[in-house]
Design a protein. Structure first.
Length: 646
């Protein structure tokens, strides 16, 4: 009777372990070639033949599994591992497993009579990795679809943004309600210990018992959080160039289930130590499954000042002194490690959780981060005997948080560029407007009638400048927003080239000679003629503005899938200082005056790049400028003039 009770307890323990670790056990019997599952209740299910058993797995993975099983049965290897997918119409609906297969019994000849497979469901881990790859596509996408809770507080500590993950974690039913301006950082049970005006980059852990909170909003029907929550988070203040706080970005996650699982695991280990040899064998196999998740065990013995790292796969133990532990951490964490060791040496009865950066690097060359969770273990008299815990590699999470911080900074820089552009635009528009208003006002005052033609001419000139500037601003805004559509179609470029150049050189000065080189009788290419025309005419117009005497030389050539334009002038050129920001918005000459609308070269660069091409400018100040523009295209007909072929 006692054996039956013990057997039931063992099955109950096994069921708890299988459920907690997302594991499933099955057995294979070579003699009958049948499979049997072990249920979560610890009972054997019905037998399945290989065909029936294989219905649960993807055909390709099933063949790999069968090959491994046959190799083990034939004695080619004692154990093995294999990755499996479930059958599904779509890849996104597949479940992913990792299976470890070992021999559990042999006959008198040493041949296997039974194999055991431990099937670990790693679907969540697999899908999480897939999601991480897509995290950094856009900052807003990262914020809203992150696997972490993301919150943003403005410079006054008011909650201004919260993603869906955080709403779900904190049981927020109405996102608009928590963004009404009443939720302050100083009132948050997770972060109210922080000094907002002195906040720095930090990593925090909190334990909140919502049943004991006095803040009504966390206990009403809108939020309705109850019980105890364990929460870890990273806090990143956002400051401007003067160091003034502009906002606080926070990312975190609820680790309550992980902590509870850890506590349950502790209790399970204590019970399993009293089990039979058969249960111990099960524990060894399940231990391996846990190691796949990256969790390792650790002990600290304060009486001998020794750390003990346990490798469950090899059942080996590595003992380290305090000094070695401290030196293993990077320089900035050595004081932290020393503080943690000191707390355990003084036999603290509280648990310890600490993330540490160590000197070792992973295969990707990244500094490894480890998260330690330690709890005191007591002897029969209630005294602290040792500290037992786990550690896991959190390098991926730390690197993800760093990438989030980088993307946040990029978003801020983009916003700064926009503000600078708007400021410059306002200034440039105001100049011609002031001229128009000024000369128009002269008409209403005392003036000589003979001056009116001059007033009208100045108003017309300023109106033209304003219209040109506004049109270019609208055009460059469309380009920068990627709103322009590019359509290629067969075009005889040779037939249109001279007309394009003449249109762009319409403002050429009388003292300047235009030279247009036409090397082809016919050149039919697949190209977006509308935008290529815009590019050529703008560059020709720029040459006219810069050249007061001499010549402007325009030519083109098709070579190996690229149409290349060359423009040379004998104008005043650009200084070295101007060349360093030649493609910036509102380009000015050496006298500080706008060149054209100030946006021509910026528009030309955007057009060239968005058509997949390149643009380059070289200038010798006081002697002239040369420009090259190359656009990729495909030639359909090439008829080159003979006198230019050699």
């Amino acid at each position: 009777m006692t054996n039956q009770i013990d057997s039931k307890k063992q099955k109950a323990r096994l069921a708890l372990i299988l459920k907690t670790g997302r594991l499933r056990l099955w057995f294979y019997y070579p003699a009958t070639r049948h499979y049997r599952y072990l249920s979560e209740a610890g009972e054997f299910g019905p037998e399945f033949n290989p065909s029936e058993f294989g219905q649960a797995f993807h055909p390709t993975d099933l063949e790999i599994l069968r090959s491994l099983v046959f190799d083990i049965c034939d004695g080619k290897q004692d154990s093995g591992k294999v990755k499996l997918r479930s059958r599904a119409e779509k890849e996104s609906e597949c479940k992913h497993y990792e299976a470890s297969i070992t021999v559990i019994s042999r006959d008198e000849n040493g041949l296997p009579t039974a194999l055991m497979g431990i099937q670990h469901d790693v679907t969540d881990e697999y899908r999480q990795q897939e999601k991480i790859k897509k995290l950094l596509i856009r900052y807003q996408t990262i914020f809203n679809s992150s696997l972490l809770d993301n919150l943003y507080y403005d410079s006054k500590g008011v909650l201004r943004e919260i993603n869906g993950r955080a709403c779900e974690n904190f049981n927020v039913k109405s996102r608009e309600q928590v963004l009404d301006g009443s939720f302050l950082l100083k009132n948050s049970p997770f972060f109210n210990q922080l000094q907002f005006d002195q906040i720095e980059d930090s990593y925090t852990g909190s334990i909140i018992d919502f049943d004991k909170l006095t803040e009504e909003r966390y206990r009403n029907e809108e939020i309705g959080l109850t019980g105890k929550m364990y929460y870890e988070s990273a806090i990143n203040p956002i400051r401007n160039e003067e160091g003034k706080l502009e906002g606080v970005y926070m990312s975190g996650r609820d680790i309550t289930e992980m902590v509870n699982s850890f506590h349950r695991l502790q209790k399970s280990v204590e019970k399993l130590q009293k089990g039979t040899d058969s249960i111990r064998q099960y524990i060894a196999n399940i231990d391996y499954a846990l190691s796949v998740s990256g969790v390792q065990l650790v002990n600290y013995y304060p009486h001998s000042y020794t750390f003990e790292l346990i490798n469950r796969e090899t059942n080996s133990k590595l003992h380290m002194s305090q000094l070695r532990c401290i030196r293993l951490a990077t320089m900035r964490f050595r004081r932290t490690v020393n503080s943690v060791l000191n707390r355990m040496d003084h036999l603290t009865r509280h648990g310890i959780e600490q993330a540490i950066e160590i000197e070792i690097r992973d295969k990707k060359g990244r500094q490894i981060w480890l998260l330690f969770n330690m709890v005191p273990m007591f002897d029969a008299e209630g005294r602290v005997e040792r500290y037992f815990g786990t550690y896991r590699d959190i390098t991926d999470m730390v690197e993800t948080e760093k990438q989030l911080a980088i993307e946040t900074k990029k978003a801020q820089e983009t916003e700064l560029l926009k503000q600078t552009f708007l400021t410059n635009m306002s200034y440039e528009i105001r100049t011609p407007l002031n001229n128009i208003v000024g000369y128009a006002g002269l008409f209403t005052g005392d003036h000589d009638v003979s001056d009116e033609p001059f007033f009208m001419e100045q108003i017309k000139r300023s109106t033209g400048e304003l219209l040109l500037l506004v049109n270019d601003i609208l055009y460059i805004s469309r380009l920068e927003a990627n709103m322009e559509e590019y359509t290629k179609e067969p075009t005889d470029f040779a037939g249109a080239f001279e007309a394009l150049c003449l249109a762009g050189l319409s403002a050429i000065k009388p003292e300047v000679q235009p030279i247009i080189v036409q090397p082809y009788n016919r050149l039919e290419v697949d190209i977006d003629m509308k935008h290529v025309s815009e590019l050529i005419q703008r560059m020709c117009s720029m040459a006219c503005l810069l050249t007061s005497q001499g010549s402007i030389h325009v030519s083109y050539e098709y070579h190996r899938g690229e149409l290349t334009f060359r423009l040379e002038d004998t104008g005043r050129g650009f200084t070295e200082e101007m060349m360093s920001h030649i493609f910036d918005h509102f380009t000015r000459d050496e006298k500080g005056e706008l060149i054209g609308s100030g946006l021509d070269l910026a528009i030309a660069q955007l057009l060239a790049h968005q058509m997949g091409g390149t643009i380059d400018i070289q200038s010798d100040y006081g002697k002239g400028t040369s420009a090259w523009m190359s656009i990729p295209c495909t030639a359909l007909v090439i008829d080159k003039k003979r006198n230019l072929e050699h």
